[in-house]
Design a binder for this molecule. Structure first.
Ligand SMILES: NC(=O)c1ccc[n+]([C@@H]2O[C@H](COP(=O)([O-])OP(=O)(O)OC[C@H]3O[C@@H](n4cnc5c(N)ncnc54)[C@H](OP(=O)(O)O)[C@@H]3O)[C@@H](O)[C@H]2O)c1
Length: 482
């Protein structure tokens, strides 16, 4: 795409420890590899041990090849000897098993991490799913909610003592998305049992992580641990396997990929890597980042009252896994009123269900916050629900955001300054920053993206769904959200 999405050129000490969830593929893999290549110790947290081992093997091979290639370029094309190959120091990468769709597995992962590590410098909450069909975990939570948000939140809370031990300048980096601005904090439908949209559930989970970065930062004052939420852009990764059954969206994404309009995983990971290790970000917290620099998240995510509602709701969900002592250990300097665990740990939906009697779509009239192993498992829920229809407008919304972000990214291609080149950009704090001011985004421009945008318009009309679809350029409220 020609824009300057570069991984920072810094050397990291071998004792620096970075944990990357979902580090076996896609953005997580590139983030883990890039940071390990700079000298740090990296641990990837993966649900499949085989995939984790394969990924580490691939990282080592790629690293060795790159080092040998750069050496042979320096030695004007001579091939490396076996002795030289043996000299390449392997990357310091390990793995721990983690299945975010199970709170039990998440707690096992936390225990194992605490046994193996005395401190942690960076936690990258990267693993995620996108636009999957409606489904529920063994803990009875909507899949995007638990995998993308809730389990990562639990990890962040329990690993806070390790992060504090790694301070100053320990960081928690949450992977968000441009889609976060289409998310909602709807306390009446947090688990999407009243209504479900694949795009909405994903978007909301990505909004929650932005809000989490802010509400955690408020509680972390004085600890040397800071928080970031990252929009990586639209990146050509395996994430598309999550919605291969959604034909229209898969079609759009396939077309973008073929037109070279999506970022490579390496370029996509650049913003994460900057958030993890860029020295100039030291001391800043609750920062939303895109295109490798601070940016503005959607206004509803910056609203403190919303963030506190999410905190209460989340603690309600995690009441079996978090107690007062754990909170005090996590946030030793936080105001006591910021650490109150809601007395009534029922979720808002449960309260509503209790008030209204049995709720449609919830077999026992309750949602979330139930004992683990609830009956509404992913498999059984799928059997219960009607086969899902495709929603052209949702697919178009995702596609339109792809165009929007591509345009924004291409806007930087004609010599615009990026992080590192532009100290004045770094000077300007973001609206998400706890004590920050606002900063405006750069104007996008890209002929290729405009053409694609037109193509989408035509496709939408062809699908009889031109109305109500937000397209780049004709959705002023979207611009406002940004
Ligand atoms: N690609 C994009 O355009 C894009 C845009 C915005 C935001 N993001 C965000 O960036 C992050 C990384 O996405 P990606 O594009 O790199 O996707 P990806 O290639 O599909 O990688 C996702 C990673 O998450 C792991 N994962 C999924 N479910 C899990 C679970 N239950 N427990 C533990 N790990 C689980 C996957 O493990 P397996 O390999 O075992 O499935 C994989 O390692 C996600 O949070 C995504 O929402 C991506």
């Amino acid at each position: 795409m020609g824009n300057k999405l570069e991984h920072p050129d810094v050397e990291l000490p071998p004792e620096k420890l970075v944990m990357v969830t979902g580090g076996n593929t896609g953005l997580g893999y590139e983030t883990a590899r890039s940071i390990a290549e700079k000298g740090a110790r990296v641990c990837i947290a993966c649900r499949s041990e085989d995939k984790a081992k394969d990924a580490i093997e691939r990282m080592q091979k790629e690293h060795k090849n790159e080092v040998l290639k750069s050496r042979s370029v320096r030695a004007s094309g001579q091939h490396s000897s076996t002795a030289e190959e043996a000299e390449v120091k392997p990357l310091n990468v390990e793995y721990i098993k983690l299945d975010l769709s199970s709170l039990q597995s998440t707690m096992d992962f936390i225990r194992e991490t605490k046994q193996r590590m005395q401190s942690l410098n960076v936690l990258v909450c990267n693993a995620g799913i996108a636009f999957v069909q409606q489904g529920y975990t063994e803990d009875n939570y909507e899949l995007h909610f638990q995998v993308n948000y809730l389990s990562h939140f639990l990890i962040a809370l329990h690993l806070m003592p390790l992060l504090r031990a790694g301070a100053p300048d320990s960081r928690i980096v949450f992977l968000s998305s441009v889609a976060h601005s289409s998310g909602k904090l709807d306390l009446d439908n947090m688990q999407c049992r009243k209504s479900y949209s694949r795009y909405g559930a994903y978007a909301s989970s990505k909004a929650y992580v932005v809000m989490a970065a802010c509400l955690l930062a408020r509680r972390l004052k004085g600890t040397g641990v800071s928080t970031f939420a990252v929009d990586p852009g639209v990146v050509n990764t395996d994430i598309q396997r999550n919605f291969s059954d959604w034909r229209l969206l898969s079609f759009f994404m396939g077309a973008y990929s073929k037109m070279g309009m999506m970022r490579t995983p390496k370029k996509g990971a650049a913003t994460s890597v900057v958030a993890c290790i860029q020295p100039s970000l030291s001391g800043r917290t609750a920062v939303f980042m895109k295109n490798c620099q601070p940016a503005n998240p959607a206004s509803f995510c910056r609203d403190e009252a919303n963030q506190e509602k999410l905190w209460n709701y989340t603690l309600g969900c995690l009441s079996q896994f978090i107690n007062d002592d754990a909170l005090k250990e996590a946030f030793p300097f936080a105001e006591p009123d910021l650490l109150v665990i809601p007395k009534n740990t029922e979720t808002v939906e449960e309260q509503i269900a209790d008030e209204l009697g049995k709720q449609e779509g919830s077999p026992d009239g309750k949602e979330g916050c139930q004992p683990r192993g609830g009956e509404a498992s992913f498999a059984s829920k799928k059997e219960e629900t009607e086969p899902e229809k495709e929603h052209p407008s949702e697919a178009a919304e995702v596609a339109s955001e792809t165009v929007q972000i591509t345009q924004e990214a291409n806007g930087y291609s004609s010599g615009e300054k990026m992080r590192g080149d532009a100290p004045e950009d770094e000077e300007k704090p973001t609206r998400c920053e706890v004590a920050g001011e606002e900063r405006s985004e750069k104007e996008p421009s890209s002929e290729g993206a405009e053409k694609t945008s037109e193509t989408i318009h035509i496709m939408q009309e062809g699908n009889g769904d031109a109305s109500g679809v937000k397209m780049q350029g004709d959705a002023p409220e979207d611009k406002e959200k940004e």
